[in-house]
Write a protein that binds this ligand. Structure first.
Ligand code: ATP
Ligand code: MG
Length: 214
């Protein structure tokens, strides 16, 4: 293979990646939001994009099905990072991972008295590490989306989720009670591809690096 395959997800990561791609001279042939194609060409014949679920991006890059990818720190922590080189924080899709609970729930008090908490989240590995570090006993309930619903129907006491404006939490009578970490998206590179295709990949990585906004 003499070309480059870049794995991206739709939505905010795709939108915020467009200027970085442009800086590397790459213009996608189509917007995946308006196309059903999963493989999208570009103005450069040797560069193509594959559009996958956000949480699948590290897997495609790990196995070399894509050479490059863009994935949130949230997704990378859950994946574990095996086989991936992570040269750049792209400073896009910024948000924070936090613990949120119903406004009527005294989270700090529950933690102080050593209560066992039920926590619903998509981010089981990160949540487990966070509560273990704090010495909080938790039962983790894995969900795949709409975490905000869980405390409202008695599935969980609290959630671990990503927050940017806080609007979704507020609309569901939830409040942020603890920040776990700040999140942004990173460029990831297949470690083997970086050696074999360095002449193709290095210029793209360098263009991205120059285009990253502080
Ligand atoms: P899917 O919708 O396919 O299940 P997803 O919900 O993880 O996947 P997005 O909501 O597009 O996909 O999120 C993709 C990435 O964008 C996340 O992994 C995270 O890094 C970042 N992100 C998620 N929520 C926010 C947010 N509210 N503000 C900024 N960035 C966010
Ligand atoms: Mg989503």
């Amino acid at each position: 293979m003499t070309g480059i395959t870049i794995a991206l997800s739709k939505g905010r990561i795709f939108d915020e990646t467009l200027p970085l791609l442009a800086a590397a001279g790459i213009v996608p042939a189509e917007n995946p939001e308006h196309s059903r194609k999963l493989i999208i060409g570009s103005n450069r014949p040797e560069v193509r994009l594959v559009v996958v679920r956000a949480s699948d991006v590290p897997t495609y890059v790990q196995y070399g099905a894509a050479d490059l990818g863009i994935a949130g720190k949230d997704v990378l922590l859950e994946h574990g990072g095996a086989g991936l080189y992570q040269p750049l924080d792209l400073n896009i899709a910024r948000c924070r991972m936090c613990v949120a609970a119903p406004t009527g729930f005294d989270y700090a008090f529950a933690v102080r008295r050593g209560a066992r908490l039920r926590i619903a989240t998509k981010y089981v590995a990160t949540a487990r590490a966070h509560f273990a570090t704090k010495g909080v006993h938790v039962d983790l309930i894995k969900l795949y989306g709409s975490m905000e619903l869980a405390p409202l129907v008695g599935l969980a006491d609290a959630i671990v989720d990503l927050v940017s404006s806080g609007g979704t939490l507020k609309a569901n009578n939830l409040a942020e009670v603890e920040e776990i970490m700040s999140i942004s998206s990173r460029l990831i590179v297949n470690q083997a591809a970086l050696k074999v295709k360095r002449d193709l990949l290095q210029p793209v990585i360098e263009s991205f690096a120059r285009a990253v906004k502080p």
